[in-house]
Write a protein that binds this ligand. Structure first.
Ligand code: ADP
Length: 633
């Protein structure tokens, strides 16, 4: 067959060029990882072939011994990585190495600051894979052919990593991918067998198929062995080995392969489950959130294997959404090899692997929280907001998840979330039966909310919640350890035994004395409020707004509106503090116009202080100025 000599030049997606520059600079100090990345891709390609061949044996084309070769040529100054995996056709090459097909790429580039040192830190989150070849190579030639006898032509991609690449249709008798790295000036250290071998041992020992190199006569001292292939790695699935035989380094390197990450994970959880369903799982908690954790299309990080055979990436049935940051593999002994995504959805084996694994992950996190405070802090900083989705999503494990949650609180007013519900309970006042919290749309708004005044005065701790997900969390986490979770901005505040008899008596008295005032204010505000009453929450502010017991809080209403939800306008309850000088002055006011102005100012102030927006800000300012002028004249 003849192949048209047709070579075309294409431009990289702009982002690719930017990415290459950034990567070469930021990863240079760790440049040997290019080999790990290419081997990792080759191994994935072999996994994919094995999987597709389950239903189409012909894909093996009489060569079913899957392996990865690493060769080098001192004279040509090249390193060549070859696999006989699934390969790529022309479209796939363009899609995979001419663009960055990952969702959320644009946001990632927007998050770059231009500051090399800062951005270097971000690059690992992105996972650069194939492109890391350009750290050591100034030209890369990739030749690939998709498995299957129908696809006889291969495609050759070549680039100097500078904005363009060429594509050419070529003859390629063997399936799979061959990557030739033309080394940059000064990178000759990689043209040594022992160096390449030690890199493979260090980073890729866990790869389950053989990585072979030509045996070198100067290495073995044996002329006859020259040109023989030698397997450099252990070539067995890491997770199927016994825990005691695996070092932390091996666990970590395997993580970088399955997790497409550059950093070590925080921890790993390796377990073999025997009994009714049998499976092995090796799960990891990363030390950093990936850039697309909040992307709707974020890929789950679990790979499913069946008896060592790779079945699929991104097996989202195996982990709930709130644990979507967990990466690793699960290998079932029970599933059929031809299992499809559809089958996974209602499958007893999967359900049992899933619930078992959730328990394992939650247990490992509990352990980490108990034994390693620093690590847990890192975990919480990166994944805390995702964990907060847990109680709403996973009813069965709600209590266990709740134990793992961390919050800011008035205990130390620190923005860093480090107070657990158990900490809170251990500090509860005598007579306190409830766990109090406030939600607001910023930490400052929560911390400075007038709703906290009486709690601060009495030294009762309140959790300060200002993550968006907190409203959702609290609507599902209504109690913990048999104690009700109560918003301080909702309902009629009843502190129970935390108020003594004298205080209760005083409250009743003030309520009675304020009856007229309350009625007048209510008449002025009319439809704006659901009710007006005397407050027990305030010590220094004149007024505040609260939500009725069963209404959503103003914060929730704002969140829902901001995401375009149609929600009815909730009317707040205005609470007045008769002890405040402004309110007692208002009580004495006989001029109706002034009474109306002042009342409206009080209402608007209360709305502002809880982070709300005024319906008519101009009129608020006018009234305020009028008042100021009166005072100064
Ligand atoms: P990642 O591996 O994180 O997806 P890469 O940039 O390393 O990112 O690779 C992009 C894609 O190119 C891979 O997902 C895969 O589809 C394809 N690819 C890379 N190397 C190979 C290979 N040796 N064989 C087949 N496909 C490959």
């Amino acid at each position: 067959m003849t192949v048209e000599a047709h070579k075309e030049t294409l431009g990289f997606q702009t982002e690719v060029k930017q990415l290459l520059n950034l990567m070469i600079h930021s990863l240079y100090s760790n440049k040997e990882i290019f080999l790990r990345e290419l081997i990792s891709n080759a191994s994935d390609a072999a996994d994919k072939l094995r999987f597709e061949a389950l239903s189409d044996d012909a894909l093996y084309e009489d060569d079913s011994e899957l392996k990865i070769r690493v060769d080098f040529d001192k004279d040509a100054r090249t390193i060549t990585i070859t696999d006989n995996g699934i390969g790529m056709n022309r479209e796939e090459v363009i899609e995979n190495v001419g663009t960055i097909a990952k969702s959320g790429t644009r946001q990632f580039f927007e998050s770059l600051t231009g500051d090399q040192a800062k951005d270097a830190n971000l690059i690992g989150q992105f996972g650069v894979g194939f492109y890391s070849s350009f750290i050591v190579a100034d030209k890369v030639t990739l030749t690939s052919r998709r498995a299957g006898l129908g696809s006889e032509h291969g495609v050759c991609w070549e680039s100097a990593g500078e904005g363009e690449y060429t594509l050419e249709t070529v003859e390629k008798p063997t399936r799979g991918t061959e990557i030739v790295l033309h080394l940059r000036e000064g990178e000759d250290e990689f043209l040594e067998a022992y160096r390449l071998r030690s890199i493979i041992k260090k980073y890729s020992d866990h790869i389950s198929l053989p990585i072979v190199m030509k045996s070198q006569n100067n290495d073995s001292g044996n002329e006859e062995k020259k040109d023989e292939d030698e397997t450099v790695n252990s070539a067995s699935a890491l997770w199927s080995r016994s825990k005691t035989d695996i070092s932390d380094e091996e666990y970590n390197e395997f993580y970088k392969h399955v997790g497409h990450d550059f950093q070590d994970p925080l921890t790993h959880i390796h377990s073999r489950v025997e009994g009714k369903t049998e499976y092995t799982s090796l799960l990891y908690i990363p030390s950093r959130a990936p850039f697309d954790l909040w992307d709707q299309n974020h890929q789950h990080g679990i790979k499913l294997y069946v008896r060592r055979v790779f079945i699929m990436d991104d097996a989202d049935q195996l982990m709930p959404r709130y644990l979507r940051f967990v990466k690793g593999v699960m290998d079932s002994d029970d599933l059929p090899l031809n299992v499809s995504r559809e089958i996974l959805q209602h499958n007893k084996v999967i359900d049992s692997m899933r619930s078992g694994s959730i328990k394992k992950v939650l247990g490992a996190l509990e352990d980490m929280a108990r034994k390693d405070d620093e690590k847990y802090k890192t975990f919480w900083k990166e994944f805390g907001r995702v964990m907060k989705e847990g109680p709403g999503e996973d009813f069965a494990n709600r209590e266990q998840i709740a134990k793992l949650l961390r919050f800011s609180s008035t205990h130390d007013d620190s923005e860093e979330q480090h107070v657990s519900l158990d900490d809170y309970i251990s500090r509860m006042k005598a007579g306190q039966e409830k766990i109090y919290f406030i939600t607001a749309d910023s930490f400052a708004a929560a911390k400075n909310s007038p709703h906290l005044e009486v709690f601060r005065k009495k030294g009762i701790e309140v959790l300060l919640l200002s993550d968006r997900v907190d409203e959702w969390l609290m609507s599902h986490l209504t109690e913990f350890d048999s104690k009700a979770m109560v918003s301080v901005a909702r309902g009629d505040l009843d502190l129970g035994d935390l108020d003594d008899k004298e205080e209760k008596k005083q409250q009743k008295k003030v309520e009675k004395e304020s009856k007229d005032l309350v009625k007048r204010v209510k008449d002025v505000l009319g439809e704006k409020v659901k009710d007006v009453r005397v407050t027990h929450r305030l010590t220094t502010s004149p007024a505040c707004l609260v939500a009725d017991e069963n209404d959503m809080t103003a914060n929730m209403e704002r969140i829902l509106k901001s995401i375009g939800q149609d929600v009815p306008n909730m009317k707040p309850i205005l609470e007045l503090n008769p002890e405040h000088a402004l309110v007692s002055r208002l009580k004495e006011e006989t001029d109706n116009e002034r009474f109306t102005d002042w009342t409206n100012i009080l209402f608007d102030q209360a709305l502002l202080s809880e982070g709300g927006q005024l319906e008519d800000p101009a009129s608020f300012v006018q009234k305020l100025n009028k008042l100021l002028l009166e005072l100064s004249s």
